[in-house]
Structure formats: structure tokens, C-alpha cells
Design a binder for this molecule. Structure first.
Ligand code: HEC
Length: 157
């Protein structure tokens, strides 16, 4: 009696194999793709590029230009800026959080100050903007995370 129903279960599993197999395969594929994707974002910038660009255009482009070139003598370029391409992003985060005046960006003294954004933008916003600046117009700076910005915010408060 028991062995009979057991045999039926095994039999139905075997006969249903062709129906189960594609499902199992699809799940396996999904799992592999997901872990591959997660793997490939480690070490690379995993920031939201579209968000970074939109925020940059809304808050920074008026002075620094959509092309990151700034306005000679009035607003410094972000494109090719030493601060923005340097691996250590401490100063980059500090400037965006707290602003800057008389800082001699790229060796030039600017009469206009750089406004602070720590009060109006979140850590995630600032990280996305910074990563956008660090990976646009030929810039290759090490990206930051919202956690890095939060830590910098705490340190310089
Ligand atoms: C009202 C104009 C203005 C706006 C808006 C503005 N900046 Fe600036 N920014 C400046 C000025 C002026 C300086 C140079 C200040 C100095 O040298 O003292 C500067 C400097 C900088 C620097 C340093 C560049 C270097 O090479 O040292 C960075 C980085 C920067 N700004 C990023 C941003 C970001 C990111 C935003 C938007 C969230 C932004 N700025 C918005 C005017 C502006």
C-alpha cells in the first residue's frame, strides 16, 4: 500500500520531468545572472547615472556647464579638475557639502563662492552627483557611496 503510492509519486515525478526541467533551468539561469550582475557592480561605480546627471543639471550646471567646462575666470571647470579626478574624494565631498570660497580651484582665484549643498541635498543625491562628475567628460575619479558622504558629513560637522 505504502510502497505502491510511493512508486506512483516517483513515477509521476519522472514523467513530469520534462515539464519541471525548463522551470528549474530558468530559475538556475536567473540565479546565475543575478549573482553575475551583483559581482560585476562590485569595484565599479554602482551609482545611478541618470539620477546623477539630472541632479547635476538641476543644481550645478548653471555655473559649471552641462559640459563641465565652467566659465573661464568666473566658474571653474569640473572636467579635468584635479580635485574631481583624484582618488581621494575627501575634498570633493567637502566642497559639495560645505561650499568653498577663495579656494583657488585649479590655481585660479574665483570671486564668486561655491554654494554649500549639505543642507539641501541628501547623502545619496550628493554621491550620485559626485560620481557623475567623476565619470563624465573624460574624468576617471574613484566613485564614492552615500555612506562615504554621510561619514564625511559627520566628520566635518
Ligand atoms: C553659483 C555657482 C555655482 C554652483 C551652482 C555650483 N558651483 Fe561648484 N564652484 C563654484 C565656484 C565659484 C567654485 C570655485 C570656488 C573657489 O575656488 O573658491 C566652485 C568649485 C567647485 C569644485 C572644485 C573644483 C576644483 O577644481 O577645485 C567642485 C568639485 C564643484 N564646485 C562642484 C559643484 C557641484 C557638484 C555643484 C552642484 C551640486 C556645484 N559645484 C554648484 C560655483 C558654483
Amino acid at each position: 500500500m505504502f510502497s505502491g503510492s510511493w512508486r506512483i509519486t516517483v513515477l509521476s515525478m519522472v514523467t513530469n520531468m520534462h515539464r519541471i526541467a525548463p522551470y528549474v533551468l530558468a530559475r538556475l539561469l536567473m540565479f546565475c545572472c543575478a549573482s553575475l550582475l551583483a559581482e560585476s557592480s562590485v569595484g565599479q561605480s554602482s551609482y545611478d547615472a541618470a539620477r546623477g546627471q539630472a541632479l547635476y543639471i538641476a543644481h550645478c550646471a548653471a555655473c559649471h556647464g552641462t559640459d563641465g567646462a565652467g566659465h573661464p575666470g568666473t566658474f571653474p571647470p569640473i572636467k579635468g579638475s584635479r580635485m574631481v579626478t583624484k582618488d581621494d574624494a575627501t575634498n570633493h565631498m567637502r566642497v559639495v557639502l560645505h561650499g568653498m570660497q577663495g579656494g583657488k580651484a585649479g590655481g585660479v582665484v574665483y570671486a564668486t563662492p561655491m554654494p554649500p549643498f549639505g543642507g539641501s541635498l541628501t547623502d545619496a543625491d550628493i554621491a550620485d552627483i559626485i560620481d557623475y562628475e567623476r565619470s563624465s567628460w573624460g574624468n576617471h575619479g574613484k566613485p564614492v557611496t552615500a555612506g562615504d558622504v554621510a561619514a564625511q558629513r559627520r566628520k566635518s560637522q
